[in-house]
Design a protein around this ligand. Structure first.
Ligand SMILES: N[C@@H](CCC(=O)N[C@@H](CS)C(=O)NCC(=O)O)C(=O)O
Length: 227
């Protein structure tokens, strides 16, 4: 009999689901062995599938099978914090408290904000549309992201290419879908933001996700959202 996996992460499309990517990166950074429970968001039974599975009918959803029963964790930042507690050696947040405070602040900013960027430059790994999606609001979101990347790297990033130096943390995972949006929509970016984007784009976990994503078929109704 095959053993049940201890950790199972439910996700939607790899090409289009930015939150799935965040949850998946949290599992990779934690270093856990996990099973992927993939169901495409464009499948006809998507809503029934996700409603049956997830308390808030969204992905990502982490299921942890323990001796006390299953623990369900939804919301990408809650998944991050849960895994951070379980896997302290993974150092998913920066070790130093001022850096950790900044990492939490910018991760929360991403989790709660940037609605215009999300609406006008949605995540896709299947098509590029340079120059599109630029509205005053989406450009203002991009300016704030560029500024917070710059500020974070200036204060804490000297040791490597990521926001907090040489370690790819929860904060980088939160912004990885933004890097993909920038690849797809190609807004004008200063050199320091471009360098950060290149580091995240080429990170082995992000490269692994991208390689799977490009095997998915484009979804006409998402593609039709292009400006
Ligand atoms: N705040 C949530 C956002 C999750 C979310 O919006 N997930 C989208 C996929 S990118 C979803 O499951 N949408 C399903 C639907 O709306 O049917 C998190 O941090 O995980």
């Amino acid at each position: 009999m095959t053993a049940m996996p201890t950790f199972t992460l439910s996700i939607g499309s790899k090409a289009y689901s930015s939150w799935s990517l965040r949850g998946w990166l949290m599992c990779k950074i934690a270093g856990i062995d996990f099973a992927e429970d993939f169901h495409h968001m464009d499948a006809p039974d998507w809503h029934a599938w996700v409603r049956a599975k997830s308390p808030h009918a969204k992905v990502p959803l982490l299921r942890h099978a323990t001796s006390q029963g299953d623990v369900l964790v939804w919301e990408s930042l809650a998944i991050a914090e849960y895994l951070n507690e379980l896997c302290p050696r993974a150092q998913m947040w920066p070790a130093e408290s001022a850096a950790r405070a900044q990492a939490r602040a910018i991760s929360n900013e991403m989790h709660a904000g940037f609605a215009a960027l999300r609406t006008h430059m949605w995540m896709t790994l299947l098509t590029q549309r340079p120059g599109k999606g630029r509205t005053p609001e989406s450009l203002a979101d991009i300016a704030r992201i560029v500024a917070l990347w710059r500020d974070t790297r200036a204060k804490f990033g000297a040791g490597g290419p990521y926001l907090f130096g040489d370690r790819f943390t929860i904060a980088d995972a939160m912004y990885a879908p933004v890097v993909i949006r920038f690849w797809a929509w190609q807004p004008e970016l200063p050199d320091d933001a471009r360098a950060y984007c290149a580091a995240v784009w080429n990170h082995p976990f992000v490269a692994e996700w991208r390689a799977a994503a490009v095997r998915e078929k484009p979804v006409a109704r998402y593609e039709a959202l292009a400006d």
